[in-house]
Design a protein around this ligand. Sequence first.
Ligand SMILES: CC(C)(COP(=O)(O)OP(=O)(O)OC[C@H]1O[C@@H](n2cnc3c(N)ncnc32)[C@H](O)[C@@H]1OP(=O)(O)O)[C@@H](O)C(=O)NCCC(=O)NCCS
Length: 204
Amino acid sequence: MKIPLLYEIEKTIRNFFKKPKDFCINEKIELYRKLSDAEDVSGTPFVCQPTLLLGKGKIEFGENVRLGYFPSPYFYNGYMHFQTQGEKAIIKVGSNTVINNNFIAIANNASIEIGESCLFSYKVEIINSDFHNIEPDKRHSGGGGISKDVIIGNNVWLGSSVKVLKGVTIGDNSVVGAGSIVTKDVPANTLVAGNPAREIKKIW
Ligand SMILES: CC(C)(COP(=O)(O)OP(=O)(O)OC[C@H]1O[C@@H](n2cnc3c(N)ncnc32)[C@H](O)[C@@H]1OP(=O)(O)O)[C@@H](O)C(=O)NCCC(=O)NCCS
């Protein structure tokens, strides 16, 4: 397994210029990298927060993706979690997308596609499956629940602590207010908020 990390380049540059600041260079990042078992990872995100990449599916990062942010809440007090379950599972993150601290994406036998130039605040969670059946007698057996693709367009801003659930598509340029739970599609250029998230207004 090879997970390329731009922070290594930054480390080399900082060492060369003997700069004392060493954020984005951290033993915990290294530890989480070692714990990562993802088999199919492509791209070179700038990793600024301990990041776990797990599972047998595909994880693809575009150009200039940033994972973690300083200074922002939870910096080095938590981690980023990308997990694919099943070989059909895919997580894609488009170029120039910035994802703040303590992000979670879990794709179960379907995809989570995040567009380009998105801004995700801290504690955002995207899951494309319920993971368990709602029927009481089937709930405890593994591998249950429905999985459906989640698609997030370009230039989408998700506020802090937003949750996006299975099957949701969010259109380009849309905004989701802090603390919202998105259960239904959001058209492009639309602000939604609340639990469940409802349209507040068109952005233009
Ligand atoms: C989404 C947001 C940017 C919208 O701001 P805005 O355009 O100024 O919206 P307003 O404050 O005028 O609110 C419009 C309506 O939406 C509601 N609303 C706004 N944000 C909401 C939220 N997060 N959850 C529930 N309702 C919300 C308001 O109560 C108001 O309802 P009303 O018309 O019934 O009075 C802002 O509310 C927000 O969530 N900011 C936090 C973003 C964040 O997480 N930043 C972290 C750093 S990236």
